[in-house]
Design a protein around this ligand. Structure first.
Ligand code: TXA
Ligand code: MG
Length: 329
């Protein structure tokens, strides 16, 4: 059985810190999604994360720190651009990919010579990392391929009995994983869009580029991105055609056990429709929980209406693309 602790219980934070130091598995809230944590400097602890999540071993982990002093345990150099971004966005949902120190285990970094690091903006998480006195490797606390968990019940749904404990810190605030930026190339590359956007980053450090999503590039630069992600058992159908209304109606005729997630208040189809608020922040926030709801309600299909193509929507489009089973445009 997996134990659930409440976040304000100092005793439990201490207990979880102790559990971590014996390399057991504990899930914690961050401001983005819940993470499944292990001592980043302990190879066996990190291996157990891969087993619990059924995670492919070449998909590297993000290492979480609570103080900038911890950077020196992980990377030999902090480029000027990194300093500027750290100053502006940490603690917060921005992960920086930097050169790694030789002593870091390959299992943490998926055999890459770089390491992904972030400082989460969640006091419980920061307290626990500080208490554990070590950087913490943490992927999202879901079974690989499933939507990321944004509350403790989501974690239990996937990992009950497979991990030792969960700290219940309530709902996450951002609900979508951190932006991942590679700073080891001359022009930094945005590997995973998140709530900190390309434009916000460029305001601090000048031009960066979007990662080009072809399969060769993925294997070389960010192995995690080649896997299907964020998918519920229900099939996600994303309709971006001009005549999307007719296309959705037609789909529903032949696939009745379907729900539409709509970004237009007035949308009306011959099936269940749920309006989700239409700023990127609000839609992003709802996405993973709606995916999980689809499975709880045994839906066969979940249809998404067209989304905007502007910079602030990029992270929502990115996650949806990886979860989508049928794309109609
Ligand atoms: O918000 C988040 O980032 C959450 C919370 C728990 O912090 N964590 C998270 O971890 O989303 P995970 O394991 O689900 O995703 C890590 C991503 C993957 O796409 C992986 O490929 C990439 O970060 N990554 C990790 N290390 C990398 C590296 N050295 N180079 C390039 N990409 C890396
Ligand atoms: Mg993940």
């Amino acid at each position: 059985m997996t134990k659930v602790y409440k976040k304000n219980d100092i005793q439990s934070i201490k207990e979880c810190g102790d559990i971590l130091s014996q390399w057991w598995l504990v899930a914690f809230p961050t401001e983005t999604v819940y993470g499944l944590w292990a001592d980043a400097l302990d190879e066996n602890a990190c291996k157990s994360i891969y087993v619990a999540k059924w995670r492919p071993s070449d998909n590297p982990l993000i290492v979480h720190i609570s103080s900038q002093n911890d950077l020196q345990k992980l990377t030999p150099e902090i480029p000027q651009k990194a300093e500027k971004l750290i100053e502006k966005f940490w603690p917060g949902p921005l992960t920086l990919v930097l050169p790694k120190l030789p002593g870091i285990h390959d299992i943490v970094t998926g055999w890459l010579d770089t390491i992904a690091i972030r400082m989460p903006a969640n006091q419980t998480a920061l307290d626990i990392i500080t208490h554990a006195q070590t950087p913490i490797a943490a992927p999202s606390a879901n079974t690989s391929g499933k939507p990321s968990p944004t509350n403790y019940a989501d974690v239990l749904q996937d990992l009950d009995g497979k991990i030792d404990a969960i700290i219940d810190g309530g709902d996450c605030e951002v609900w979508i994983e951190s932006t991942v930026l590679d700073l080891t190339t001359q022009v930094p590359v945005l590997l995973r869009p998140g709530s900190i956007t390309k434009t916000q980053i460029e305001q601090e450090i000048g031009a960066i580029s979007y990662f080009v999503d072809d399969s060769e590039n993925i294997v070389a630069k960010s192995p995690g991105m080649k896997y299907k992600h964020y998918s519920p058992d229900a099939i996600i159908v994303w309709v971006e055609s001009e005549k999307y209304y007719q296309d959705i109606q037609q789909f529903i005729q032949t696939h009745p056990n379907t729900k539409v997630l709509s970004v237009n208040k007035d949308s009306c189809y011959d099936t269940q429709v749920e309006y989700i608020w239409n700023t990127a922040q609000q839609v992003g926030k709802k996405l993973f929980s709606k995916f999980r709801d689809a499975d709880k309600n045994n839906l066969d299909y979940l249809i998404i209406e067209p989304l905007w193509k502007t910079d602030d929507w990029e992270w929502v489009r990115n996650r949806l693309k990886k979860a989508t089973g049928i794309y109609i445009n």
